[in-house]
Design a protein around this ligand. Sequence first.
Ligand code: IVH
Length: 674
Amino acid sequence: MAIIDKKNRYQDLVKLLNQYSFEYHTLDNASVPDSVYDSLFSELKKIEAEHPEFISRNSPTQRVGNVVKGGFSKVEHASRMLSLNDVFSEAEIVEWFERIKKIDPTLEDIFFADIKMDGLACSLIFENGEFVRAVTRGDSFVGEDVSSNVRTIKNIPFFLRAEKEFAFFENGRTEVRGEIVILKDDFDKINKVRKEQGDPEFANPRNLAAGTIRQLDPLITASRPLHFRAYDIIRENPKEIKTNEFAYLALKNLGFSVNEQAKKIIGIKKVVDFIEFWSEKRKELPFNTDGLVVKINNRDKFSKLGIVGKQPRAAIAFKYSPEEATAVVSDIVISIGRTGIATPVAVFAPIQLAGTTVRHASLHNADEISRLDIRIGDTVVVFKAGDIIPKILRVLPELRPKNAEIFNFEKELSKQFPEIEFYRPEGEVAYRAKGLNSELILKKTITFYASKAGLDIENLGEKNVNLLVEKGLIRDLADIYNLQKNDLLKLERFAELSVNNLLQAIESSKNPELAKFIAALGIRHVGGETAKILAEKFVSFENLQNAELEDLLSIDGIGEKVAESILAYFSDDENLQILNKMFGFGVKVQNFAKNEGVLSGKNFVITGTLKEMSREQAAEKIELLGGKFQKSISKTTDFLVIGEKVGATKISKAEKLGVKVMDEDEFLKEINAN
Ligand code: IVH
């Protein structure tokens, strides 16, 4: 993105996020879910990190919380109520610890972790064991006195139950911090009643809790079941509380609810295990949570590590990937599926959703595109829950580039597929390619895959392909690798020998060269030469599969038409399923290897056991010298290396195919001489 575009994007984001923030904090009436705010916010933070010169005084990164509403008196916090930095991956948790360990090399890997509750932070002040005041976080320095409302919360004690080693908390000032939440069950009950009474339902427990705590009528507050869970306790003399583990013990003993799930964890690896353990199970908790909090257990070390901006270094919030996030649509590609139906797909840079990486979402048909009015360049909200296929929920029109054109599906079809005629059958939403049906497309796909332009699989010519498709033995490309001898023998045209030959040829095609495999797939506009360029550039099939529009366009010799066609191929979930099925049947595409050596252009098959090395070691050595290791013998094989206990049939087959046979000693001489 050009710098001027980036600046515009930055300013648009600042404006929109401030609007969202106002709706959320001041009006208690958010128009978008937190995850949408969060993903735009992290984009903003990224731009600010790259371009500090852009940072505006009014950027939402420049404050904690929001405007304090009138009505409640203001109270200064004895110590600031900080927030936490978020991380989104396990790797970032490990990096966080490495970073602070550099600052304090004596730091031990002893942590205290808890569930991060989705409510609002509150501080409770106790003087000589008696509750005197409750204050919201506010702007981290000054909050609001919400004591009268907090008094309605049944699980907050008015007097500390100070016993034994915790008795000292009864003397002087004790501050307890925690989260005010509304439990999911209570929230559902409240909304059920509102629905029955015809009142509008509340959006989520967090907003309801925040709205309730700022209620001016305590009667309304009392009728809403707020709940408090503590996570911190502070004394004037910090030495009285040495660890966070002790803090939680004290809180529990003094009469506060704390999460039973909170615990001391030794070793950063165990922290990662804790994160994984809660990733699904958190959904069973009685309150909403989107992550975990991880702190250094030793409180002296914690405070010595200090604060950066508004966040302490020694604690971090881990956020599970949300089910909704934003993405910028880089292209809308059209894929002609196996049935001849044209399906538009929105393509974007990868985002994390519900634990998986998502880089495209089907737009289903032309009607869906018009309904969403989605255009190339749009920022969209993408949704994915669990196993559900990602879906575009809506466009954020505020972030639409000025020159974004309405997407004209029919025009695109005729531009991208000039040779195909499309029609829209009565009562259907989809466009279909005329004269193409699923059987015809399948026959063509398989024949091409097995042809000389593809993987050159002997005995799998057009006639046989047609027969296998018609008999239902091949329903997709992957089925080639699942043909069973018994089924084939039942076919008229196949005798034992031809079945064996066919299966053998198929077996030999399981380790294709990258360029050959790419070409064999029959991706539109990707012929042999383009496939070679792609193989050299991306090295592995996986890299090609994950390539983004810019990656493709940056290659010499790849234009927009080709790039879009490749994207369309890999954005079609059906294609991805078939590819995975092929890999499941043992197809392993070789990585592109530019090894030039004495064995360049020579293909080897090894049979029997070698004395000096394993087959894997031999394969590695062959490839290192520029040669190719094949799983089984075919007419492309140059050498058959025979180890011990090899049957005569193998050797005679090699000889028939004109393959040179060598024993282990000759082979060793060949590779060791070089
Ligand atoms: S510890 C320096 N523990 O998350 C703040 N916070 O972004 C240390 N929160 O302001 C906070 N559950 O309102 C902590 N188990 C938990 C929490 C928790 C929710 C909130 C809290 C805090 C924010 C940090």
